[in-house]
Write a new protein. Structure first.
Lengths: 194, 141
């Protein structure tokens, strides 16, 4: 009973902090502070993910969301302005659109199975096989992978195509940034070489 | 940052452990949380911290842009190459079980290890070169 109260207390505290951070970011004019707050938001999100028993997602959120993105955003801010311009026009229509979209999203969650519901469609499809086949076995039959961390075996083997695609996406993003940001510099080196 | 001696000393102490932790996350992904993606990001964070404290020039001497840019592609090639080797060994594309015919689980372990290494290399190299690309530019205004 007391354990339930403590976990619910932590849940409510984290979600309140997440909402509070989000509202503060929206109301903020200083972009430096906003970037730091997005880092805090990601860190709170990582805490939330670890409460939901998803340590791999929490790890990614902490290292990418709170770590690298914050550093890259700060590097960008060093190149641009650090104060946000006041938006022109009235905020009524954007507020209306956001409210309708938010309401539609909440309406969509009403049909979803409860958190951790074993009867949920996601636990009925291929997940049982994955869980069974990922356990290390002595013989090592054709289908089993035998890696204790199921997330890794799903990511790298069962869904190896997807992860290859993701890696290519990251590579493509890197190439895109090289082409956009390094244009003049590479021309200069060509001139030097020629 | 030449004058911030506390920052310099603390980051000098921390950077080796950040890089070591990245390697731990990389190679321990089979047993604990983490894997190539997280490891690559942590490794890049170590290099970026070095660049922030000791300057972009010093970081570019450690992680040479020519090498880092090549590594972005090499990671993807390692990943796709593993799939091709599995095909050449008689399996399907990315079917690591074919890498070891006597013990498919060993093949799976080997395949996942190499593939995660490819992911880690690409992610770390892309993140570092993104930072170099941003930090190397002049202020626009």
């Amino acid at each position: 009973m007391t354990q339930g109260v403590v976990t619910h207390g932590i849940d409510i505290l984290l979600l309140t902090l997440l909402a509070g951070t989000a509202i503060t970011i929206v109301r903020m004019r200083s972009l430096w502070a906003a970037v730091m707050l997005t880092g805090i938001y990601s860190f709170l999100g990582a805490g939330w993910m670890s409460i939901l028993d998803a340590p791999d997602v929490a790890f990614t959120e902490a290292s990418v969301g709170a770590g690298i993105s914050t550093a890259l955003m700060l590097a960008t801010l060093a190149l641009t302005s650090t104060e946000m311009k006041r938006p022109a026009g009235s905020p009524v229509i954007p507020l209306l659109i956001v409210s309708i979209t938010g309401a539609a999203l909440i309406y969509g969650t009403l049909d979803m199975p409860y958190y951790g519901d074993p009867k949920g469609p996601i636990h009925q499809h291929v997940a049982p096989e994955y869980l069974q086949d990922s356990v290390p076995t002595v013989h090592g039959d054709e289908l089993s992978i035998g890696i204790p961390n199921v997330v890794t075996s799903v990511l790298a083997s069962y869904r190896g195509y997807d992860t290859l695609g993701e890696t290519v996406v990251i590579f493509t993003a890197g190439i895109g940034v090289f082409l956009l940001l390094r244009g003049p510099q590479s021309q200069k080196t060509e001139e030097d070489a020629g | 940052m030449k004058t911030h001696s506390i920052l310099r000393v603390v980051s000098k102490l921390l950077i080796p452990y950040i890089l070591l932790f990245a390697l731990y996350v990389q190679f321990h992904g089979d047993y604990g949380p983490g894997g190539g993606f997280q490891a690559g990001v942590i490794f890049a964070a170590g290099v970026i911290l070095y660049a922030l404290v000791f300057g972009l020039g010093a970081a570019r001497r450690v992680a040479r842009p020519v090498v880092v840019e090549r590594l972005t592609a090499i990671g993807v090639l390692i990943y796709a190459g593993t799939g091709l080797i599995a095909m050449l060994s008689g399996g399907n594309f990315l079917d690591y079980g074919a890498l070891d015919h006597h013990h498919p689980q060993h093949g799976q372990h080997l395949g996942i290890f190499v593939v995660e290494l490819g992911v880690g290399i690409t992610v770390a190299a892309v993140m570092v070169s993104l930072f170099f690309a941003f930090a190397g530019r002049e202020r626009v205004r």
